[in-house]
Design a protein around this ligand. Structure first.
Ligand code: GEK
Length: 243
C-alpha cells in the first residue's frame, strides 16, 4: 500500500529539483495514479501488449522500473513469463528496494534480477521485450538517441520496445488545451493549485517532454520496423516499437 502523496502540500520557500528518494518511494503509487492520466488503465493493458513479444530463454528489461508495475502487469497476463529472465533497473535505491519487496511474494521473485544503476550505463542483450515506461523523459535529451540505439541493438528480430511518455504538442493551441486538461485532471484528483505549481517547478529541469513525432522519428532512426501509438490519454502516450 502507498501513502497519500502530500509532498508539495505545504508552501516551500526553496524548491529543490525532484528526486526519486525515500519520501517519493513511499507515496509513489498514489502520486503516479493521481498525476498521470490513464496510468491505471495503461498499466492494466500493458501486460497484454507486452505478452505478445516475450520468448523463452530471452531477457526482459524493465528500465526505470520504479515499483515494478509494468512487470507485474506482464506477469498477470503471462504466468511464468515464458521462462524468460526479468531484469529490473532503476538508479534510485529507494525505488528499487521497494520494488524488490513488492515482487517478493509474486511469481516474478524467482526470475527477477535487480540492478541499481543508470540505464545509460548498463549492458543490454538478448532481449525480446524492453519497457521504458515513463522513464526516457527523465534522461538528458542529448543522450536519448544513444539509449534507443542501444535498446534496438539488444533486441532480437521481432522483439519490442514499449515506450510511454508525457508529451508536448507542436501546435500551441493544442498544447495549451492539453495542459489545461491535465491541470484539471490533477485538481479533480485532489491536488491543490499550490501543490501542482510547486511540483511543476521541481520537475522543470528534470522531466523534459518532447512531441510524439520526435519520439517516433528517433525510433525510426534507430531502425525499428514498425512504430505505433497503442495508447493515449491526454498528453501521455505509449508507443509500441517492433524490431
Ligand atoms: C512504472 N516505469 O510505474 N537510470 C535509471 N533509472 C532512472 C533514470 C536513469 N537514468 N532516470 C530516471 N530513472 C514505472 C514508472 S517513473 C515515472 C517510472 C514517473 C527512474 C526513476 O528513479 C524512477 O523510478 C523512474 O525512472 C521514473 O511503470 O515518475 O513519472
Amino acid at each position: 500500500m502507498s501513502d497519500k502523496d502530500d509532498l508539495y502540500y505545504k508552501k516551500t520557500d526553496k524548491l529543490i529539483d525532484f528526486e526519486f528518494d525515500e519520501k517519493v518511494a513511499a507515496v509513489f503509487s498514489d502520486m503516479i495514479e493521481r498525476s498521470v492520466p490513464g496510468y491505471r488503465s495503461l498499466i492494466s493493458q500493458l501486460g497484454g501488449v507486452a505478452a505478445m513479444f516475450v520468448k523463452s530463454k530471452t531477457n526482459i528489461y524493465d528500465l526505470g522500473c520504479s515499483l515494478g508495475a509494468a512487470s507485474l502487469s506482464l506477469a498477470a497476463r503471462l504466468p511464468g513469463i515464458q521462462g524468460a529472465q526479468l531484469i529490473l533497473v532503476d538508479r534510485s535505491k529507494a525505488m528499487l528496494d521497494k520494488c524488490r519487496s513488492n515482487l517478493s511474494n509474486s511469481e516474478l521473485a524467482s526470475v527477477a534480477d535487480y540492478v541499481c544503476e543508470d540505464i545509460r550505463n548498463i549492458k543490454i542483450n538478448n532481449a525480446s521485450l524492453v519497457f521504458l515506461n515513463f522513464t526516457l523523459q527523465f534522461i538528458e535529451p542529448n543522450d536519448r538517441q544513444t539509449l534507443i540505439d542501444k535498446i534496438f541493438a539488444a533486441l532480437r528480430p521481432g522483439g519490442a520496445l514499449i515506450l510511454s511518455e508525457k508529451i508536448i504538442f507542436a501546435d500551441k493551441q493544442e498544447n495549451d488545451l492539453m495542459l489545461s486538461l491535465h491541470y484539471a485532471f490533477k485538481k479533480a484528483n485532489g491536488y491543490s493549485d499550490l501543490e501542482i505549481s510547486q511540483k511543476r517547478s521541481a520537475l522543470e529541469n528534470v522531466l523534459i517532454p518532447e512531441t510524439g513525432d520526435k519520439h517516433k522519428q528517433r525510433l525510426a532512426a534507430a531502425g525499428f520496423n514498425s512504430v505505433t501509438t497503442w495508447y493515449q490519454c491526454l498528453n501521455f502516450i505509449s508507443v509500441l516499437a517492433i524490431k
